[in-house]
Design a binder for this molecule. Structure first.
Ligand code: ADP
Ligand code: MG
Length: 343
């Protein structure tokens, strides 16, 4: 009887050891319903079920953030940033804690970058957005936003009109013409949250990519890092650089994805608050940081800075950056090379 119990114990131990030692397999899942972009989750997990539960945790969080940060659509049963924008000049709006945190990050990043990234630039960005949409449905008549309208809109982009009450959980826009646009930070911030949810669900080896926002949890099972390609902004399907990352986020902002053309000139979607027009300094800006929300905010801010200021800002935040000019020349922080894939 005792021997039997010992045998049973031994078998259970062997079975458990077998499970723990099960070779993780590579799985991949694609989503097309968040942040108007392609989201890909690649992960190593012991079973399909384990992978599916990681994906469910990430997808649920990404979808929730997508709805909360949407400025164009409303969703039943929730206040989102459209609700906040629609109430500009009126009452404070009660919002989810995630909206509070994102708006706070936006305000902090404004202060830390001398306004190069400004989530209160909604009125200006809306004019560029409308011009881009009109150009996409009728390219023959593509036209730039009216200069006087841009300047009038710029009079309503004061970040101090964005009042966040963390205790009450509300956001209020003090200027009736003010509008939030969190396009520069929302995707990266949501990716960071999704990674936290996956870690809580037990993830140890994941690469999450949402448009130009990529975050690595751990490395691959053998310790090899995740390989991330930085797209060549000049096309041809080439890579400007291939990176090897673990436990790090990489966010790229580019002039080559969202743009429209007027008289043969391309106008992209990152707007310099000083000129109220697309920044002509860079074609692509990549930022590497532990936090994907910070990397996203900085990728946009650095786009609106010259090389020296961009490098100084990256250094101040302790992040790495790689910037490509429209003429193909590049600038990078000292530590960036260490993240290039060897060979
Ligand atoms: P992507 O959306 O392609 O990942 P970014 O992170 O650089 O690229 O964000 C660009 C978006 O941010 C624009 O579509 C617009 O909504 C918003 N935006 C553009 N310029 C600024 C700016 N100077 N400050 C704040 N938001 C901006
Ligand atoms: Mg950004």
């Amino acid at each position: 009887m005792r021997r039997c119990a010992m045998c049973f114990g031994l078998i259970v131990c062997l079975l458990l050891a077998g499970c723990a030692g099960a070779k993780p397999q590579r799985f991949q899942q694609v989503y097309l319903d968040v942040f108007d972009t392609v989201t890909v989750i690649t992960a190593y997990a012991s079973t399909r079920e384990e992978f599916d539960s990681l994906c469910a945790a990430a997808h649920e969080e990404l979808l929730a953030c997508h709805r909360l940060f949407d400025i164009y659509n409303e969703y039943e049963g929730m206040n989102n940033l459209k609700t906040v924008n629609d109430a500009a000049g009126g009452e404070a709006v009660a919002v989810d804690a995630r909206v509070i945190e994102l708006v706070r990050l936006g305000i902090e990043m404004y202060a830390a970058t001398e306004g190069r990234v400004n989530i209160a630039m909604g009125p200006v960005l809306a004019l560029w957005h409308d011009a881009r949409e009109a150009a996409s449905s009728d390219p023959e008549h593509a036209a730039l936003p009216d200069r006087a309208a841009l300047e009038a809109a710029a009079g309503h982009t004061d970040i101090s009109a964005v009042i966040v009450d963390r205790e009450k959980g509300t956001v209020r826009l003090a200027d009736p013409e003010a509008r939030l646009d969190v396009g520069a930070v929302a995707k990266g911030w949501a990716v960071q949250r999704a990674c936290e949810k996956m870690r809580e669900a037990g993830a140890t080896s994941v690469c999450l990519s949402a448009g130009g926002n990529i975050a690595a949890i751990g490395a691959k099972p053998g310790g090899e890092k995740w390989q991330i390609a930085v797209e060549d902004p000049f096309g041809g399907g080439n890579y400007a650089s291939v990176l090897a990352l673990s436990d790090l986020a990489a966010v790229t902002s580019g002039d080559y994805e969202r743009y429209f053309t007027v008289d043969g000139v391309r106008y992209h979607h990152i707007i310099d608050p000083e000129t109220l027009a697309p920044s002509a300094r860079w074609s692509s800006v990549t930022v590497l940081a532990a936090d994907s929300g910070l990397a996203d905010a900085l990728s946009t801010a650095l786009f609106n800075m010259d090389g020296a200021e961009a490098l100084e800002t990256a250094r101040r935040f302790g992040v790495e950056a790689f910037l490509i000019r429209p003429d193909g020349t590049t600038v990078e922080t000292e530590g960036f090379a260490a993240f290039r894939r060897e060979g």
